[in-house]
Design a protein around this ligand. Structure first.
Ligand code: NAD
Length: 695
């Protein structure tokens, strides 16, 4: 069982004791059962999921007043929301905080409430189903015991917002479990699923929903398991041991999140190294450090990214009405698309003239289920929904067909000529093409109004963005349905216009091509990658080109070149030769780099003097292409561009997106620099006329 059970009416049933029918006091419902146990149910009004806000903490404080006046035998805290305990702090709250003093004052109040909860004389038990994240996890940690319903998960995603826990998580978690494990959880922002949480000692026991009441009662009346600190925990109270451990953490973190760009994990290590084991000092340091971080540029930009994500997500609200998906082509992309859709509950048929490709796709589906931590039953169900279909019997029944055949317009047209007449007249046909004109592909179709681009990014199971590419004759309701389909499969839709490379590849291509031009001019590939990574890109352009495949890069570049009215880098002849010689990048074991065990074998960065110049040459043309897309109406607005580039390419999140970066740097400065580079390096840098409209 993975979560709340259903009652006899088929409704989700959570054991809330008498709190189920109790009147709401703010976000809480409270009532005592016949055993004298107070049940406190968190039920934030008007929201599908609980978030921890000022109101939640103030409400809890009022409950604590009542408890102090008339102490119960014990307190059980749980969520009344079927989806889970709490998804973390109300992030909108962070945007409204003015300065560090403002934040400190608010945090001190919140800490006082959780300190009171922790200090209650009666036993307290928190029962968690679903997610207990951030502030939700911190409320649980202030209770004596945490019980989990199978499927529960715990985590501190704060680092993703440029923060660390701020409501006592730093000292309560390091005090409760092995401090190294606690730090790892906080530094990575990962969640611990039920069994892991139990192994770590976060959770005292895992219970089934139908046994919650009895388990809660036992936990209130039973003895608290007192393991006492382990050897490692005691060792970590020594500052020498902490310093050693902190040094290791720092070097692990620095690779993923350089201090200049992502100060939060470093601040967390600093505060644990200085005060670990000294609760009061750590609490004060946590408040001061959080207040500083939350008002920093990085955190503000990462909070912005959170809202950009929400805005993209919103575009995928609504019913997709798609139950059955047929995927044509079981290669790199088609195989993963099919697996992902099946994982997300769609019934999927998958065809390919190459039967081996079908077998490979099923194997990859298995791997993805593992990566996604699906249980045995969930994996079985997902694989049951994925049917290899060499005879394409699924086509007439499919609500949506996704074509992921080779990137060749002629082949795609032939595929459509065969399948479109067999499709239901209400079904939608889409292509995963990464560069072909959707308008051209729509020509000769019987129902062009029901045809669109549905551009997944590679790897499908990791990249959150999906471009829904329209064309002049696309039916608006089909576009809505496709956006809703993205939402239904847990992806973020970006509705974009038909344009060479659409939005994301249009913007990314000059970044990749400029890197090739820099190599042509004699720059070290390691220096080029270093420049981009130092700017904050997740991977340098040379390594990225190898990852994508140099053949694909060449193909995209050629097809963009013929469709754009701007000059692009002349692609050197040696690049095609390289591809012809079987050096197509990671997949062939060699491209610009040698690849071993999935890793590019990089040398040291030898020349650092040209780094700033290289950064501008890589990044500014990308910004310029974004402006061009805005001017041409390919993208809706700057926020959509920022969201799409972050979730489609990993563009330096702490910079808030390419357009936000351009704005912070100053549009005039960017334009001036582009003009300078146009003079020194060629017309491809000449700024787009669209910059005039930027403000
Ligand atoms: P691939 O070569 O790995 O797979 C293509 C599959 O299509 C092969 O399994 C092949 O057997 C099959 N095929 C060939 N002829 C067919 C036909 N007539 N009918 C049905 N299937 C046929 O290619 P891929 O990388 O998966 O790319 C597929 C599509 O996705 C292309 O349009 C590509 O531009 C696009 N795309 C690729 C990436 C990427 O990174 N690889 C990213 C985004 C989009």
């Amino acid at each position: 069982m993975t979560g709340p059970v259903l009652n006899h009416l088929g409704k989700t049933w959570l054991e809330l004791g008498p709190a189920r029918t109790a009147e709401r006091d703010g976000p809480w419902r409270a009532a005592r059962d016949p055993h004298g146990i107070l049940w406190l149910a968190l039920d934030v009004e008007g929201a599908a999921a609980n978030t921890i806000s000022r109101e939640v903490l103030e409400g809890l404080d009022r409950q604590l007043d009542a408890i102090t006046q008339d102490p119960p035998k014990g307190v059980v805290i749980r969520s009344a929301k079927p989806g889970g305990f709490a998804v973390g702090a109300d992030i909108a709250m962070f945007r409204d905080l003015k300065d560090a003093d403002d934040v400190k004052a608010m945090l001190e109040q919140g800490h006082a409430v959780l300190d009171r909860l922790e200090a209650l004389d009666c036993p307290t038990v928190c029962i968690v189903h679903g997610q207990a994240l951030g502030g939700g996890f911190e409320i649980a940690l202030a209770c004596d015991r945490i019980l989990a319903v199978d499927g529960a998960s715990f985590g501190f995603p704060e680092v993703k917002l440029g923060l660390h826990p701020g409501l006592g998580g730093t000292f309560r978690l390091t005090g409760r479990i092995d401090p190294i494990e606690a730090m790892t959880l906080m530094l990575t922002g990962k969640t611990a699923h039920t069994r892991k949480a139990e192994t770590l000692g976060i959770v005292e026991a895992v219970v089934e929903e139908r046994h919650v009441e009895a388990a809660a009662r036992d936990a209130i009346t039973g003895d608290r398991k007192q393991d006492g600190p382990g050897l490692k925990d005691r060792a970590m109270t020594l500052s020498v041991a902490r310093s050693l451990a902190a040094r290791k953490m720092r070097s692990a973190v620095e690779d993923r999140a350089p201090r200049d760009h992502y100060p939060a994990p470093h601040a967390l290590i600093r505060l644990w190294e200085a005060h670990g084991g000294e609760r009061k000092a750590m609490q004060e340091a946590e408040i001061a450090s959080f207040a500083e971080l939350v008002t920093s540029e990085t955190s503000r930009n990462l909070v912005r990214v959170f809202f950009l994500q929400q805005a993209l997500k919103k575009d995928g609200d609504g019913e997709d009405g798609i139950a059955h998906v047929h995927v044509v082509g079981a290669g790199t992309m088609g195989g993963e698309i099919a697996a992902w859709c099946a994982l997300k509950g769609k019934y999927v048929t998958l065809s390919d003239p190459d039967r081996e490709a079908l077998g490979g796709a099923i194997q990859r589906a298995n791997d993805i289920c593992k990566d996604q931590h699906l249980s045995g039953i969930e994996t079985r169900d997902a694989l049951d929904r994925l049917m290899p279909d060499p005879d394409e019997l699924g086509i007439p029944r499919a609500d949506l067909v996704i074509e992921a055949g080779p990137e060749d317009a002629e082949i795609k047209r032939k595929i459509y000529a065969e399948i479109e007449p067999r499709m239901s007249s209400t079904a939608t046909l889409t292509t995963n093409s990464s560069s072909l004109s959707i308008t051209d592909l729509a020509k000769n179709l019987e129902r062009p109004r029901r045809f669109a681009g549905l551009h997944f990014f590679n790897p499908v199971s990791k990249m959150q963005l999906l471009e829904v590419v329209s064309h002049d004759s696309l039916d608006g309701t089909v576009s809505d349905r496709l956006a809703a389909f993205c939402g239904a499969i847990g992806r973020l839709p970006a509705r974009v216009g038909d344009y060479p490379g659409y939005l994301v590849n249009r913007a990314l291509t000059p970044y990749l091509l400029e890197a090739i031009q820099l190599i042509e001019e004699g720059h070290e590939k390691e220096t080029i990658d270093h420049a981009a990574e130092a700017f904050g890109m997740p991977m340098g352009p040379v390594e990225l080109a190898d990852q994508i495949g140099l053949d694909i890069c060449l193909h995209v570049a050629e097809s963009l070149k013929s469709g754009l009215d701007k000059p692009m880098v002349d692609i050197p002849g040696w690049l095609s030769e390289k591809v012809e010689n079987g050096e197509a990048g990671r997949k062939s074991g060699r491209g610009f780099y040698e690849w071993k065990d999935g890793k590019a074998q990089k040398g040291n960065v030898l020349k650092m003097d040209a780094v700033d110049e290289i950064t501008d040459r890589l990044i500014l043309p990308l910004l310029d292409a974004c402006v061009e897309c805005l001017r041409k109406g390919v993208a809706r607005d700057s926020d959509q561009v920022d969201g799409a580039m972050i979730f489609g390419t990993g563009f330096a999140p702490f910079r808030g997106g390419p357009m936000h970066y351009a704005k912070s740097r100053g549009f005039d400065d960017v334009v001036a620099r582009l003009n300078e580079m146009a003079e020194s390096h060629g017309e491809r840098f000449r700024p787009d006329p669209g910059w005039q409209d930027m403000n």
